[in-house]
Design a protein around this ligand. Structure first.
Ligand code: R2B
Ligand code: URA
Length: 291
């Protein structure tokens, strides 16, 4: 990990965004962590914590209720052994705010060997709904493969490639016989679900027609891009700055070459979400350092 060198001289007592006092007791709750699993919603983070506990800590489902270790209602953090299951909210801004505080407390707790994996949903580009995309490189909608991280009036242009060892390993360890596809590909992160992802069904009229959009989608397919979502460039850029290996597993809910609206039923959506969690669990299952 490559943390801000100015933190050494800082007598920090409180993490504002996580609403956590930096006491020895609270820092201790973050020591000995290896895997950090990040998801958008609070419910999914809790649901994953429960699955991890049943699977790896072998707790009895009747006697286990995941307990959030931060008082803030913005984000939720659950710990199962050396794994954290964390919610990050929606969009690059929300993720990056969380990642600063989360990474600092993990650093104060003495963790040096971490992996960050976002588990999410996305809009597919020419892939069947239900496909899980492991992202190799995140792109901006203008197809830049770096994020201009704004800092006052400057931009810190940071590459948005993910860790290829991690992405390939997650792909390689998936068991044969899954009833859905798991692919390695690239992803676009847009700041907006509608206009940002070229939808025609938002509240604002797009300033281009279907032919222009089709041309754009063909161009992005040629770059190996297979899905849209809203957080990958922030995660990749942040993790490249702090040198933490990271990648993203995002199930596709819709094929954007065929339509804009997500028409899957709530039951299908829950089943799709389970797929990207399963891909992460399959990876963790191969690890000998889980505690
Ligand atoms: C995927 O799904 C959410 C929008 O529905 C957003 O957080 C994302 O990246
Ligand atoms: N999440 C997105 O960001 N886009 C989609 O199309 C579906 C889920």
């Amino acid at each position: 990990m490559q943390i801000n060198s100015l933190l050494k001289d800082l007598k920090e007592k409180y993490l504002y965004l996580l609403e956590l006092e930096l006491t020895d007791e609270i820092i201790g709750k973050f020591s000995g962590i290896k895997y950090v699993l990040l998801q958008g919603s609070n419910d999914r983070a809790k649901n994953l914590a429960r699955k991890l506990a049943l699977r790896f800590a072998k707790v009895h489902p009747d006697f286990f209720e995941p307990k959030d270790i931060t008082p803030t209602s913005r984000y939720k953090i659950y710990r199962v052994g050396n794994i954290l299951s964390v919610s990050h909210g929606m969009g690059n801004t929300s993720v990056i705010a969380l990642l600063h505080d989360l990474t600092k407390i993990l650093y104060y707790a003495g963790n040096t060997d971490l992996e960050y994996i976002r588990i999410g949903t996305s809009g597919g580009i020419g892939v069947d709904p239900g496909t899980v995309v492991i992202t190799e490189k995140a792109f901006m909608p203008n197809l830049a493969d770096y994020l201009p991280l704004p800092s006052l009036d400057r931009n810190i242009n940071t590459p948005t490639c993910f860790n290829s060892r991690l992405a390939n390993e997650i792909h390689k360890v998936q068991p044969r016989g899954l009833d859905f596809q798991v692919i390695l590909a690239n992803t676009i992160a847009a700041d907006d679900f509608y206009l940002g992802q070229g939808r025609f069904d938002g509240a604002i009229t797009p300033k281009y027609d279907l032919a222009f959009r089709t041309q754009y989608l063909e161009k992005v397919r040629a770059l190996g891009i297979r899905n849209f979502e809203m957080e990958s460039t922030a995660l990749a850029a942040f993790c490249n700055q702090v040198e933490i290996p990271a990648t993203m597993l995002a199930v596709t809910l819709v094929n954007r070459l065929l339509g804009d609206q997500v028409t899957a039923t709530p039951k299908e959506l829950a089943e799709f979400s389970d797929r990207s969690q399963l891909v992460a669990i399959n990876y963790l299952n191969t690890k000998s350092d889980l505690i």
